[in-house]
Design a protein around this ligand. Structure first.
Ligand code: FAD
Length: 440
């Protein structure tokens, strides 16, 4: 391609990633506030998409969220987002030849793959004397912002949460009014819009649920959040993951409705993000090294029964079937099915983590790995290995009227419903032996 960059008007690029919204978007705000016209782009990264099933509901959700922004930009400003279906490095190599780019703006992404990708893009831009300006948008506090007095990252949640709140209360609460500056978006985007099928995907059978953050839900969260049949949680997961809502707005809401528990859940999300940032290897290896000595049984047939929700333990089966059918599982039940997999079946937490990663609409590497390691006992601030949920008594605590079970396990009352695949007492004793051997 001919290099026209010196002859052309200087422009800025804003690269959307996990921040698919036009309002209160920090990087977009800074791009629009600078002096050049802004070309917004989104890349359907073929490195990521090639590994996903073709009817993945998350890809459809991303696509739909972008279309929402397209419609808004088109209607109000005659502008649009340039969409690409390629690797980010190919796209940037093409863009720096085509345009006279002064700066690329984007928001931070903390996952190991994203860090590598961004280092590659930074190098391409540097070679071309283009500034790469990146911002914190996805969290309230990131990286090194909440550290212990000795400068080390927190590995225990409660003191992290306390300092998080203390620091938050001391700072000025800012929102970034990017929506007011959208007239600075370039109107001559030459790239056509793309459909789901243009990127090789089809309409999924599932869809990402909308979120609810009504004052009633938040105020009652403490009493209702543990009961899966009530479906009384916010469903914010995918929206925070893909940035269709702003975390600043959600924290503000939690504070306005005075619910510390809900607020603290949002802080758990950031706790695990800083853990993955400081210890990126923990997406593959146990945080507490000796837990990698556990001799997992890793029986594939048993794993299949667990995946299908045919363990014969109805609360476990209800959770797995809810996940398979809807892409969501209630937190209480995630803890139970996770514990059952690692402890009753002695199957490596990484197998469960990978299965959730494929199925959950709210899949977020930091939270998934962090919670799986918590369940397995190998993580930071983890549940001790001898804490083994009893899958039967959990029913009395959290689903005593069997509403949740009957919703998801349609054959619960049938003779064909499977028998318990392991005896609880025996499995518990076996787990304690194996874990003790590895970690003591
Ligand atoms: P709400 O209860 O309404 O909470 C609001 C928000 O707070 C959530 O959307 C989430 O962003 C955050 N949050 C709540 N609990 C946690 C938690 N324990 N850890 C981190 N953040 C939390 N959450 C994910 O977002 N992605 C995952 O991939 C994920 N995998 C998990 C795997 C296991 C084994 C377990 C036990 C939990 C996992 N969680 C994960 C945490 C939690 O189950 C979900 O965040 C929650 O169930 C999502 O429902 P909600 O959006 O209605 O949450």
């Amino acid at each position: 391609m001919e290099n026209l960059s010196n002859m052309k008007e200087k422009i800025a690029i804003f690269w959307f990633r996990r921040d698919l919204r036009l309002e209160d978007n920090v990087g977009l705000f800074h791009a629009l506030n600078a002096k050049n016209k802004v070309y917004p782009i989104f890349i359907f990264d073929t490195e990521i998409l090639s590994k996903l099933p073709k009817n993945d509901a998350r890809v459809a959700f991303i696509h739909a969220s972008i279309q929402k922004m397209q419609a808004q930009l088109e209607a109000n400003f005659g502008a649009s987002i340039a969409l690409f279906n390629d690797t980010p490095s190919n796209v940037f190599k093409q863009l720096v030849l085509k345009y006279n780019v002064e700066a690329v703006f984007t928001n931070h992404d903390y996952e190991p793959y994203a860090r590598e990708r961004d280092a590659q893009i930074a190098a391409i831009l540097k070679e071309n004397n283009i500034a790469f300006k990146t911002y914190k948008d996805h969290v309230i506090f990131e990286k090194d912002e909440i550290l212990k007095k000795d400068g080390q990252p927190y590995k225990v949640y409660t003191p992290y949460m306390r300092l998080w709140k203390e620091t938050f209360r001391k700072q000025e609460f800012k929102e970034f009014d990017s929506a007011q500056l959208l007239h600075n978006i370039a109107k001559d985007n030459p790239y056509p819009n793309v459909s789901l099928s243009d990127i090789g995907f089809k309409k999924p059978t599932q869809s990402v649920k909308n979120y609810t953050v009504s004052s009633t839900l938040i105020k009652e969260y403490e009493e209702t959040r543990n009961y899966p049949a009530q479906d009384a949680t916010s469903r914010l997961g995918p929206h925070l993951r893909f940035g269709t809502v702003s975390i600043r707005k959600m924290v503000k809401k939690a504070i306005a409705d005075a619910n510390e528990t809900f607020w603290q859940e949002l802080i758990w999300r950031e706790f695990f993000m800083q853990i993955l940032w400081h210890f990126p290897h923990t997406n593959k290896r146990a945080f507490k090294e000796k837990y990698d000595r556990i001799e997992w049984r890793n029986n594939e047939e048993e794993f299949t029964l667990w995946c299908k929700g045919e363990t014969g333990y109805p609360l476990v089966d209800a959770g797995m079937r809810q996940l398979n059918e809807t892409g969501f599982m209630h937190n209480r039940i995630r803890m139970l099915v996770g514990s059952f997999l690692c402890k009753h079946l002695l199957i490596d937490w990484r197998w469960g983590e990978a299965y959730f990663a494929e199925k959950l609409h709210d899949y977020e590497m930091a939270s998934n790995v962090g919670n799986w390691q918590w369940v397995a006992g190998s993580g930071v601030d983890a549940s001790p290995y001898f804490r083994i949920f009893n899958p039967t008594t959990q029913i009395k605590k959290f689903d005593k009227d069997l509403h949740y079970i009957r919703t998801w396990v349609k054959d619960f009352d049938e003779l064909t419903y499977p028998k318990e695949m392991v005896d609880h007492k025996e499995a518990r004793a076996r787990c304690l032996d194996v874990y003790k051997e590895a970690v003591s």
